[in-house]
Design a protein around this ligand. Structure first.
Ligand code: COS
Length: 380
């Protein structure tokens, strides 16, 4: 068993670290305050190949592996989890969904643009009454021969206002249950497709989250992904990879907070010495380091499974469940180590603590991950 990274992986990780330090760190507090993220920064991430990391270069991607993907995600998330969620959704949900299941025409028309970051993608599964219970889709897509007509509402959509290409899950045949669900590519600006106001969120405030309305939206039949009725499986398969992305985001948030806390504890003095010399703090650092390393192992294992062509439903669920728990717990500890300064925005750890919470919720709550894991355990 070899735990070392290749030279190429180290180069990729260092490039992401450098980008995060030089381009994302300046302005991250302001972006969090104002709930904004400039297009220019998205374009720079596209130029570096971060928007289509695992996509085949023939479709404009970087042709890297899943290990590279999680290394990039970890480094971006240490500094700005709003940037990394855009990267995660674009890569694991939109690019992967199109590349793995789209037709050649769909790949040429949409993937080539989304993989370079020229266009941005969004993944639209959640609804007011279908978040965890994803088979209960109320959005309908009625078959009208050469096109479908979509009606309904989608909620909490990452990149909701910014995206150009939306992958939308909807129910075509209610009688067939989840086997009557389809996935469609919907372009921004299609008549009847309206973007609601931006959500005012606890964390990842730089990323834009919206409700979307579909009122008699006509979508050509060639924009359906896969066979009729493939939509639910499409969502599940795609989300398995998405969970690797969010797990690596959670890992990065935890690691970023830990690195700040470690540095602070070596500088801040109390009772005549740097606070890291007090066992109360030193033991916190020991626990943080151990927990984060354990999370990293699970994240890497899930990415490795994907690269090997193994099934990664279980390993991605375990990685997300554990890494998001570590992110939540260890960012709280990082705030504690910072004391009063931890409560102040300029020290960054309070933002990381707020950002951590969503990793236990989106792309399947922790409770959903336990359903996936327990079913796998019992089945195997
Ligand atoms: N890959 C392929 N197919 C899958 C799958 C996967 N990872 N997971 C489930 N399926 C298939 C099942 O095999 C089943 O198909 P068959 O009837 O042909 O066997 C079908 O999907 C329905 O699965 P199941 O009966 O397990 O559905 P449930 O309603 O019990 O739901 C969970 C399963 C809970 C796992 C699913 O609804 C889920 O993941 N929910 C969370 C969704 C989510 O992440 N929401 C956040 C939105 S994105 S921010």
């Amino acid at each position: 068993m070899d735990f070392s990274l290749t030279e190429e992986h180290i180069m990729i990780r260092d490039a992401a670290r450098d980008f995060a330090q030089t381009e994302l760190l300046p302005g991250v507090i302001e972006r969090d305050n104002t709930q904004t993220f400039p297009k220019e920064l998205v374009r720079k991430m596209g130029d570096l190949g971060f928007m289509g990391i695992m996509v085949d270069p023939k479709y404009g991607g970087s042709g890297m592996d899943a290990i590279s993907y999680v290394l990039i995600m970890e480094e971006l998330s240490k500094i700005d989890a709003s940037a990394s969620v855009m990267v995660s959704v674009n890569n694991s949900l939109v690019c992967y969904g199109l590349e793995a299941f789209g037709t050649e025409e769909q790949k040429q028309k949409y993937l080539t643009k989304v993989a370079t970051g020229e266009q941005i993608g969004a993944f639209c599964l959640s609804e007011p009454e279908a978040g965890s219970d994803a088979t209960s889709q109320k959005t309908t897509a009625i078959d009208k021969g050469d096109h479908y007509v979509i009606n309904g509402t989608k909620n909490w959509i990452t990149n909701g206002g910014r995206a150009d290409v939306y992958l939308v899950i909807a129910q075509t045949d209610k009688e067939k249950g989840h086997k009557g669900i389809n996935a469609f590519i919907v372009e921004k600006g299609t008549p009847g497709f309206d973007i609601g106001p931006k959500e005012d969120k606890l964390g990842i405030r730089g990323s834009d989250t919206h409700t979307l309305q579909f009122n008699d939206v006509k979508v050509p039949k060639e924009n359906r992904i896969g066979e009729d009725g493939f939509g639910f499986k499409f969502a599940m398969k795609t989300l398995s990879g998405g969970r690797i992305g969010i797990a690596s985001q959670a890992l990065g948030i935890a690691a970023g907070a830990y690195e700040l806390a470690l540095k602070y504890s070596k500088e801040r003095k109390a009772f005549g010495t740097e606070i890291c010399n007090h066992q109360a703090i030193a033991f916190k650092l020991a626990d943080m380091h151990t927990e984060i390393e354990a999370a990293r192992m699970l994240v890497m294992k899930a990415a490795w499974d994907k690269d090997q062509g193994n099934n990664y439903d279980m390993s991605s669920a375990m990685a997300k469940l554990y890494a998001s728990k570590v992110a939540m717990e260890q960012t709280v500890e990082a705030v504690q180590i910072h004391g009063g300064n931890g409560f102040v925005k300029e020290y960054h750890v309070e933002r990381l603590m707020r950002d951590a919470k969503i990793t236990q919720i989106y792309e399947g709550t922790s409770e959903i991950q336990k359903i996936v894991i327990s079913r796998g355990v019992i089945r195997d």
